[in-house]
Design a protein around this ligand. Structure first.
Ligand SMILES: Cc1cc2nc3c(=O)[nH]c(=O)nc-3n(C[C@H](O)[C@H](O)[C@H](O)COP(=O)(O)OP(=O)(O)OC[C@H]3O[C@@H](n4cnc5c(N)ncnc54)[C@H](O)[C@@H]3O)c2cc1C
Length: 300
């Protein structure tokens, strides 16, 4: 890294547990539900960066209140019980936080099964959802020559937030994987963003290499890029290989599996099996960490 290289900083926040109330439910598209949360416990919530995320805690089937873990001292973090009732949690991105209105939006992909997806499909005002975090914010300085942003629907909240904060004139190449044209919707940006919606057209989620093919066909603009790509862990592997072969700087390349086909509640802090290469030297890309050398994702 040269001395004028951008510095990506991770700012940590005190961990807090909250029980919030559903204020509103909005269907953004047929497969995307926006749940607006509020209530007195939202006071003090911190949200600073596009990829900020929380652990959402869901009521067990038939229950009204979510079971929460305990909050440990300082570095202890969340303490989960050894005996039932067990907290049921999944990771979600903070799509929008408005401290004045006292509102927090989470966008849920409806994918058919899974506690979170099933809960979002029936969510209604007055229901309760638990929340922990965000644990921290990865602060990416907006001084790169261009941005490569790509995701399936699960990363769309973070990707949309990146587009919203990119300054006028910033060059962004954007690829979004969705089921079909019915999932496309307006994304706000001042940037010079070329947005490509990639359609599965009947292919199951996590199947195929459509995002990889779309990114492979891209002619990279000149200069230093920042890369943020999320989606199904298996679909990201060829993309990671492609960027590595093209010489992308690992410090500025964040390729993060947000879910994995057949896995319940993927821990995205576990390295994918293609991230650690035997015999790789320290300067090679990617390293053993989930993301590049800078701005590690805060662990909840
Ligand atoms: C940092 C982070 C931020 C995230 N932000 C968001 C967000 O803002 N919005 C969002 O919708 N998701 C987001 N995700 C992904 C979300 O946490 C997972 O998709 C989660 O597994 C969903 O929980 P579930 O209870 O519905 O399914 P699970 O019980 O975890 O899984 C049940 C089955 O469904 C499959 N599955 C899980 N997700 C999908 C999917 N999207 N499509 C098809 N099959 C799936 C699993 O492979 C498994 O077979 C984020 C993940 C991370 C790590």
């Amino acid at each position: 890294m040269t001395s004028n290289a951008p510095l990506i900083d991770t700012v940590y926040h005190d961990l807090a547990l909250r029980t919030l109330e559903v204020i509103r439910v909005t269907r953004v598209t047929p497969r995307l539900v926006r749940v607006t949360l509020g209530g007195p416990e939202l006071a003090g919530f911190i949200d600073r960066a596009p990829a900020d995320h929380v652990k959402a805690f869901f009521p067990a089937p038939g229950e009204l209140e979510p079971v929460l873990p305990l909050l440990g001292d300082d570095d202890e973090g969340l303490i989960f019980p050894d005996v039932p009732p067990f907290p049921i949690s999944r990771d979600y991105t903070t799509r929008r936080f408005d401290p004045v209105a006292g509102e927090l939006d989470l966008d849920f992909v409806l994918h058919g099964s899974g506690v979170a997806s099933v809960w979002a499909a029936q969510a209604a005002p007055g229901q309760k959802l638990g929340l922990a975090g965000p644990r921290g914010s990865v602060m990416v300085p907006l001084e790169f020559d261009w941005y490569l942003l790509a995701s399936d629907e699960t990363g769309l909240p973070g990707l949309s937030r990146y587009l919203e904060i990119l300054p006028e004139g910033a060059i962004a190449k954007v690829f979004i994987l969705v089921d079909d044209a019915g999932e496309e919707h307006h994304l706000e940006t001042k940037a010079d963003a070329a947005i490509t919606w990639v359609h599965r057209d009947g292919l199951a989620h996590g199947e195929g290499d459509l995002l990889h093919r779309a990114i492979s066909a891209l002619e990279f603009p000149p200069g230093r890029p920042y890369v943020w790509i999320t989606g199904e862990a298996g679909e990201l592997k060829p993309i990671r290989r492609h960027l590595r072969a093209a010489g992308f700087d690992r410090d500025y390349t964040d390729v993060d599996g947000y879910w994995k086909r057949g896995t319940v509640n993927l821990d995205h802090h576990l390295a994918d099996d293609d991230e650690e290469e035997p015999g790789a030297d320290a300067a090679s890309w990617p390293a053993s960490s989930r993301r590049g050398g800078q701005g590690s994702s805060p662990h909840l």
